[in-house]
Write a protein that binds this ligand. Sequence first.
Ligand code: NDP
Length: 299
Amino acid sequence: SGIAATIDGRAVSARVIERIAFETRRLTDETGVVPGLAVVLVGDDPASQVYVGAKGRKADELGFVSVQHTLPADTSEEAMLRLVGELNDDPAIHGILVQLPLPAQIDKNRVIEAIRPEKDVDGFHPINVGRLASGAGEAMVPCTPAGCMILLRDTLGDDLGGLEAVVVGRSNLVGKPVAQLLLNENCTVTIAHSRTRDLPAVVRRADIVVAAVGRQEMVRGDWIKPGATVIDVGVNRIPAPEKGEGKTRLVGDVAFAEAAAVASAITPVPGGVGPMTIALLMANTLKAACLSLGRPSPK
Ligand code: NDP
């Protein structure tokens, strides 16, 4: 075994963005409609501020209508639901994203369920979760899982049928939807989690490993089947004293160097899955705009 190819999420996401820009011009030329995205941020969590800022900038770059609502940390659930209702009724807004986490006084599920499923560009509404699971209707697919699938198809080709896929993590945000998407592509899917017995042996079966755990470098090189494709969703900030006092760096859920010595392809952190997430949010916003006009969703 040699050194794995590094899957370049920045390059792939740039191609996705180009495609979205092209399809957006076409939509606007033919209908006059400009896709609109509203991002709602409650409180002043620094990580959330960074994510929301990046999402708004990308929407601006694409010429979308882009609005950000920043609410104080003590916002009531009622006020939050009122804002969601206004955005639901705003014809210029096709996509609504409520940045999570929300403060404790706001029930996240009530807010998600208040968003019109057609505008739920995060794909967290139970209607969209159900559509993804049943294959019925046009689901809004969660952005990070959809991004993982584009990276896999870019690496392995369009036919993933019969491959053994092991997803480590079962969150509603990443693990479950990515497992569903792999199943839809005819992979044989195993979902592992904190109660899985002998996780290394389970991961060793995988042609495709998706790690979405949130534990730095947990998946070791000797867990990886030679030639496997590894998608590392994890983002963990760790101290980096070598860069200077108080400095930090990002690492994934996979021990990159070890795994790269065994795998055939692997995503880096940063620069792998991360850039795909924002690109897919833009894709979902464009899709929502197209569907709202009865047009097919762009490929
Ligand atoms: P959650 O904390 O919601 O879920 C983590 C999952 O990992 C749970 O299912 C948990 O199992 C499982 N787990 C925890 N410890 C172990 C263990 N020792 N062995 C096996 N499984 C374990 O995280 P998210 O899914 O929201 O996110 C996962 C990671 O992905 C995080 O690092 C997050 O920052 C990153 N992320 C990156 C994104 C990007 O754009 N790149 C977007 C979203 C997330 P159990 O259910 O049993 O508790």
